[in-house]
Design a protein around this ligand. Structure first.
Ligand code: GLA
Length: 640
């Protein structure tokens, strides 16, 4: 038996529970803005860069079997994709047949996974051994509730768990420790996706519960209403899952994928609870649905960091609007997910995927953007209904830019040095990562972008800020530990497509993903340009009052910013004091500032400081009406 050794991973346990401890300390002092002197975003698990691999769901739904999964795994290896980083082979919903009532152990569908019956009892160990021997990693699926999504929504029972009501309860609820031990210690999985339908679809009034098919579980997740979701209850379960993951993975080799589709304000807190967190409902192979999912993550650049990524859902390359007849769309989908630092999870039957599509997902230059070690999600340098320009700061100091035409007409886009935060009097070199052609410009250039095309370039030039970096250029090192949002509300900026599964019945998709008012790079929390006292700032961080940003300092000597209440504030009376802390000590503080007053320059010496915290505190006033700006906030090299 090659089970992972069951030792308490003390160090890792502290790493995660430290988070809870900080929260408790803040709660105890009643002051969430007190400096914590630590980086509190999720950093356990193995997600230093976004995970890459394959998942069964988009290709097969619940109609899965071993041959299908291993066939795609084999193609990943044979095609060279594994060597390019695609390593996780994830089984989604549809693998379980029942929970054995004698001991609560889960049983795998024996007809679909024949190797699971070769051990004593039902086991995925032969299957994961095979994947591991191929140099791959293995992923499994479960649910926060007693039952899964397909049990709630599938019109057909063929692939669903069978037996009594209790036997069909294959979700984690009430079995967290037992199931996590089974998946990771006994079966050897390396990745788990935890869905939320069990906490959403099984209320006492749901037709299947009324019909006696399932036990009722009061819903705590309401996708349509953040107000009706019990956020603390959902978080508590993820905490318990994390504690179990640490107990049963002494080597720390696991990933936790949160799948609550942007509900319960998870777009704000997913970064503290899992390696990746879904920002929206499911993608479909439709262009417009891809846009919805893209939009659900693209303005959350400060909520993704190495260790914890925004997840706009798996790739749908290979089907519908992204099939071999739509290579422009397929390239766009891939480029955008790469720029967002989204997980690159292929969702097609790779046994029969066309070479042209294999080439797209195998573009090593685009993959390198996604896997860049700095972990900076791209930020929006230009944002309109038809065209977006996304810029990503790379570890080498170079940048990547994607110019995305969402619409139906070709666009001659102006790309300027300012978009890139590069000097307009120095030459900029562009390398097209699809055609590999090089070009140069100074100041500005025009680039033709075909309908639905995304042009992606690696960029080399001279930085505007020669001896430092704007905070908004490195979102991977900025964590909105407290973003000031006290009453989560739906984000109206997300494109609302028809959902696909419901056709056009009902009233359509309302704004439903909370997150409006969250911290932003180069923008106010409500999408305006940054302005203090009439002066505009192209660079900076916009956040609500009563917020605390954690910044990892990688050897910079000084932090400078021009701070104030943003001109877009509706609260004209609230006074805000800005503070810079270094490893918990106060380094600099502004006077109380009100709407209309000019920005106050702040500067702090960061010598030896590892964690900087930027606190904006207001004693009276309404956070949601009081956006503040850290204009030109920058880290400068020692001596500058
Ligand atoms: C939900 C998830 C999907 C998939 C299905 C499985 O809809 O969002 O990604 O896991 O459940 O039933």
């Amino acid at each position: 038996m090659q089970s992972k050794i069951k030792l308490m991973p003390a160090l890792l346990m502290c790493a995660f529970l430290g988070q809870a401890a900080t929260a408790a300390t803040s709660a105890a002092t009643g002051d969430p803005l007190a400096p914590s002197a630590r980086w509190s975003a999720y950093s356990i698990g193995r997600a230093a860069t976004p995970p890459m691999g394959w998942s069964s769901w988009n290709a097969f739904g619940t109609d899965i079997d071993e041959a299908k999964v291993l066939g795609s795994a084999q193609r990943i290896v044979d095609s060279g994709l594994a060597a390019k980083g695609y390593r996780y082979i994830n089984i989604d919903d549809g693998w379980a047949i029942r929970r054995q009532q004698t001991d609560g152990r889960l049983i795998i569908r024996p007809d679909r996974f024949p190797s699971s019956t070769s051990d004593q009892g039902s086991s995925f160990r032969p299957f994961t051994d095979k994947l591991h021997a191929m140099g791959l990693k293995a992923g499994i699926y479960s649910d926060l509730g007693r039952n899964t999504c397909s049990q709630a929504y599938s019109p057909d029972k063929t692939d669903l768990p069978q037996g009594s009501v209790a036997e069909r309860e294959v979700g984690l609820y009430g079995h967290i420790d037992q199931d996590i031990a089974l998946y990771f210690a006994d079966w050897g999985f390396d990745f788990i996706k935890v869905d939320g339908c069990g906490l959403r679809a099984y209320g006492a009034n749901s037709p299947k519960v009324r019909a006696g098919e399932f036990r009722a579980l009061p819903p705590v997740l309401d996708l349509q209403s953040v107000n009706r979701s019990d956020i603390a209850a959902v978080q508590a379960e993820f905490k318990e899952i994390n504690a179990a993951l640490l107990r049963h993975n002494p080597d720390g080799d696991f990933l936790l994928s949160l799948c609550v589709w942007g509900a319960a304000n998870v777009r704000a807190w997913g970064k503290d609870y899992g390696s990746l967190s879904r920002t929206s409902d499911d993608i479909t192979p439709a262009w417009t649905r891809m846009l919805t999912n893209f939009d659900s993550a693209v303005r959350r650049e400060l909520y993704a960091h190495p260790g914890s990524w925004n997840d706009p859902d798996m790739l749908f390359i290979g089907k519908g609007d992204f099939d071999a007849g739509h290579l422009t769309e397929a390239r766009s989908h891939f480029s955008l997910w790469a720029m967002l630092n989204a997980p690159l999870m292929l969702g097609t039957d790779l046994r029969s995927t066309a070479p042209a599509l294999m080439e797209i997902v195998g573009n090593a230059d685009i993959i390198a953007l996604n896997q860049d070690p700095a972990g900076n999600q791209a930020t929006l340098a230009y944002d309109a209904d038809d065209l977006a320009i996304l810029v990503k700061q790379l570890d080498s100091g170079d940048k990547a830019v994607a110019i995305f035409n969402r619409g139906l007409a070709p666009i001659d886009a102006d790309l300027t040095a300012e978009h890139l935060k590069l000097r307009k009097d120095a030459q900029v070199t562009l390398t097209d990562l699809w055609t590999k052609a090089d070009s140069t410009f100074t100041g500005a250039t025009k680039l033709r972008v075909a309908p639905r095309e995304t042009r992606v370039f690696r960029v080399h030039g001279e930085r505007t800020l020669a001896h430092g970096v704007y905070l908004s250029e490195q979102p991977g090192n900025v964590n909105p530990a407290v973003d000031g949002v006290t009453r989560p509300q739906p984000d109206p900026s997300i494109f609302r497509s028809s959902a696909g599964w419901s056709g056009t019945k009902g009233a359509g998709e309302r704004p439903m993903y909370a997150g409006w008012g969250g911290a932003r790079a180069d923008s106010t929390p409500y999408g305006q340009t940054l302005h203090i006292g009439g002066a505009g700032y192209a660079a900076g961080v916009g956040v609500l009052a009563n917020s605390r940003l954690e910044v990892r300092n990688k050897g910079y000597g000084r932090l400078t910013a021009e701070v104030g209440v943003d001109d877009s504030a509706r609260d004209r009376n609230g006074a805000v004091t800005f503070m810079i802390y270094g490893d918990g000590k106060l380094l600099s503080r502004s006077k109380p500032l009100r709407w209309g007053q000019p920005a106050q320059p702040l500067s702090a010496n960061l010598q030896g400081v590892k964690i900087v915290e930027l606190v904006a505190r207001s004693t009276a006033g309404d956070n949601e009406q009081l956006p503040v700006s850290w204009g030109n906030a920058a880290l400068l090299s020692p001596g500058h």
